[in-house]
Design a protein around this ligand. Structure first.
Ligand code: SAM
Length: 179
């Protein structure tokens, strides 16, 4: 009986976390698996670069990018920012077995408040979030838009239209590089 109650409580907590508009206003949908190599290519991985995934989910993009960076012998750093505690736990677990784990940082933070620190290194921001939240998230990190790259999966960024490069995968990948 106790076991059933505990399992029921766990299922309830998981459903609550994934459906709560407060904990996770943007639903969890991983990037399309078949598009991930193209997404990683669009990051243009190089030494002394930092790649942020704002709303990293289970880390599917950032971990594959970190693996590519490892294969190329680069020192690129990867930062996965996520709010959902279950997805964060999954990322911590996955990182344990990752070849490039020393270059992967997992941060529990709210992307509507998270300010990417200024850095002399080149920074790339990856977004796969609901279109009506993109500008709000970018507003906080507006000071970073110059000299850095933003990659948005599926949804174009209206305010950066003049810098837009579109790559077509199964879904579109929009790259913005303002110099
Ligand atoms: C569409 S999924 C994208 C996941 C991953 N970036 C990918 O491409 O596979 C959006 C993610 O944003 C997370 N998220 C939603 N609201 C957030 C917030 N306020 N702060 C941080 N992450 C958030 C969700 O939990 C979800 O994992």
């Amino acid at each position: 009986m106790i076991v059933i109650v505990v399992i029921g409580a766990i299922i309830f907590i998981i459903i609550f976390i994934f459906s709560s508009k407060t904990l996770s206003p943007i639903p969890y949908f991983p990037s399309q698996k078949s598009d991930i190599p193209l997404i990683v290519k669009s990051f243009n991985l190089k030494n002394d670069q930092i790649v942020f995934d704002l709303g990293a989910g289970d880390g599917v993009v950032i971990f594959q990018a970190a693996e590519r960076s490892f294969q190329k012998g680069l020192n690129t750093k990867f930062v996965a920012v996520e709010i959902n505690p279950i997805l964060i736990l999954i990322m911590y677990f996955r990182r344990l077995f990752h070849k490039n784990k020393s270059n992967i940082k997992i941060l529990k933070a709210d992307i509507f408040k998270f300010k990417i620190p200024l850095s002399k290194n080149s920074q790339t921001i990856y977004l796969y979030i609901s279109p009506w939240f993109i500008e709000k998230v970018l507003e906080i990190n507006k000071r970073l838009i110059k000299n850095n790259t933003i990659v948005s999966y599926m949804y174009p960024i209206k305010s950066l239209k003049k810098y837009e490069i579109e790559i077509k995968g199964k879904k579109s990948i929009f790259i913005y590089k303002s110099v």
